[in-house]
Design a protein around this ligand. Structure first.
Ligand SMILES: *Cc1c(COP(=O)(O)O)cnc(C)c1O
Length: 146
């Protein structure tokens, strides 16, 4: 059986320790070459994903590594946001499996959506965006509406 994905944790919840995502990428690249697989990596950056780029700007752990296809970050763990806000981003649109996207006929047109609930306000995203700007961070947010 083929491994569908390998998960690296960038910031253990208990200790904050980073797994070596770059080494994992190198080892998985060799394994893929040897077996003919095309196994990607997901980075669970829930607890340190918003800290790592500032504390360790040279650390290679995200889309710089070719096998990293998706990353999740828990915005709510950093404060100054609404409870529960979290993010998952994919490298390319094609990396989000189509079977996870719900197609809703809304007022006569197709509205593809990927969320845990269909109706979800954007206030959480906007509030976190506001905090980035307020704290002096330039941010570009690309909202992907399929
Ligand atoms: C907190 C945490 C999660 C869960 O994230 P939630 O946004 O709370 O659902 C997953 N993985 C790690 C490593 C975490 O620290």
């Amino acid at each position: 059986m083929r491994t569908p994905s390998v998960v690296a944790i960038l910031g253990s919840t208990l200790t904050g320790e980073f797994e070596d995502v770059k080494l994992m990428n190198e080892l998985l690249t060799k394994k893929n070459k040897k077996t003919g697989w095309n196994t990607p990596t997901h980075v669970d950056a829930a607890s340190r994903g918003f800290i790592a780029p500032f504390l360790y700007p040279d650390l290679e752990w995200y889309f710089r590594l070719p096998l990293v296809k998706s990353i999740n970050v828990s915005g709510h763990k950093y404060g100054l946001v609404y409870p529960c806000v979290g993010w998952v981003v994919w490298r390319r649109k094609d990396d989000l499996p189509e079977e996870l996207v719900f197609h809703i006929n809304y007022l006569g047109s197709d509205q593809p959506t990927f969320t845990l609930n269909f109706s979800k306000g954007s206030s959480q995203i906007i509030a976190q965006f506001y905090q980035f700007i307020r704290l002096g961070t330039e941010v570009t947010i690309v909202l992907c509406l399929f």
